[in-house]
Design a protein around this ligand. Structure first.
Ligand SMILES: [Zn+2]
Length: 248
C-alpha cells in the first residue's frame, strides 16, 4: 500500500501555480495541469483511468466505488467526469488511486487491511465540524460487512498547522453556537484565535475507535513551507497538491 503527497515541484505550471499544480479548478492552464497529471501517472506506472478525483466542495458527501460498478475515467482529464460534490471516497478496487486535492485543508487517507478497503477524505474545517470523518467511517461500516475500525490505518498529509491557522471571532462564535464539540480546538495566542484542525481530526478518529498508534500524522505545515507546498491562506491564487493512496 502506498500513501503520499505531491509537492509543488516537478511540473510545468507557471507563475503562482509553479510548478506541479494538479488541480483543474483553480485558474491554471488546463494543458499544464493535464501534463502534470500525466507526469504523475507515468511515475506511478498507472493509467489515467486508474485515478479517482473528486470535485470537492467542503460537503459531507461520500461515495463508495464498488469494483463491480466498473466506472472509468474519474476526473483525470476534466472536472465534469470527477465525482461531483464529493469530499470522501472509498473503494474495494485495488487498481485505483484515490486522490484528495489540498492547499491547507487536511487530507486523510486510510486503509483497512482485513476488508481491503482504501479511502480518502478532504478535511477542511467545514467538513470536519459537519462530521465528514464519522460519516465516512459510518458509511464504510454500512457498506462493508467486515470493515473494522480497530484495523484502520490513517495517514494525515500536509496541512495548515494550529499555530498558523488564525481564525476570526465570528468563527469562534460559530463554533460556540453550532459546533460546540469543536470549541476546545480553538486556542488563543497574543490576542488572536487559532484553530487546530489536526487535533480535531485525531480526536474524531480516536472517538470512533481508531487506534492512536495507527494514525500517522506527517506534521508538515503547508503555510510554513510555501517553497514545497501550495497554501491557499498564503496566496489564494495557487495550485493544489494531490494526496493519494493506492495498492502497488
Ligand atoms: Zn504552521
Amino acid at each position: 500500500m502506498i500513501v503520499g503527497f505531491t509537492t509543488r515541484n516537478g511540473g510545468v505550471s507557471q507563475g503562482n501555480y509553479f510548478s506541479f499544480n494538479l488541480g483543474l479548478h483553480n485558474g491554471d492552464s488546463q494543458e499544464s495541469v493535464i501534463k502534470n497529471r500525466e507526469i504523475l501517472a507515468q511515475k506511478f506506472n498507472k493509467r489515467p483511468e486508474d485515478f479517482v478525483f473528486m470535485n470537492q466542495t467542503h460537503s459531507t458527501n461520500i461515495v463508495f466505488l464498488d469494483k463491480n460498478d466498473n466506472y472509468k475515467n474519474c476526473g483525470f482529464y476534466n472536472e465534469s467526469s470527477a465525482l461531483q460534490d464529493t469530499d470522501a471516497v472509498f473503494t474495494n478496487d485495488m487498481t485505483k488511486i484515490l486522490c484528495v486535492m489540498t492547499a491547507d485543508c487536511a487530507p486523510l487517507l486510510f486503509y483497512e487491511p482485513l476488508s481491503k478497503i482504501i479511502g480518502a477524505a478532504h478535511c477542511g474545517w467545514r467538513g470536519v465540524v459537519n462530521g465528514i470523518i464519522s460519516k465516512t467511517f459510518e458509511k464504510c461500516l454500512e457498506k462493508i460487512l467486515d470493515f473494522d475500525l480497530k484495523n484502520v490505518r490513517v495517514f494525515i498529509g500536509p496541512n495548515i498547522c494550529g499555530n498558523c491557522y488564525e481564525v476570526g471571532k465570528d468563527f469562534v462564535e460559530l463554533l460556540n453556537k453550532q459546533y460546540s464539540n469543536y470549541i476546545s480546538f480553538i486556542f488563543e495566542k497574543n490576542g488572536k484565535f487559532y484553530f487546530d484542525l489536526e487535533k480535531a481530526i485525531i480526536n474524531d478518529l480516536k472517538f470512533l475507535g481508531v487506534q492512536r498508534k495507527k494514525i500517522f500524522n506527517c506534521k508538515l505545515c503547508t503555510f510554513e513551507n510555501t517553497s514545497q507546498f501550495y497554501s491557499y491562506r498564503f496566496n489564494n491564487q495557487t495550485g493544489r497538491m494531490i494526496n493519494f493512496i493506492f495498492c502497488n
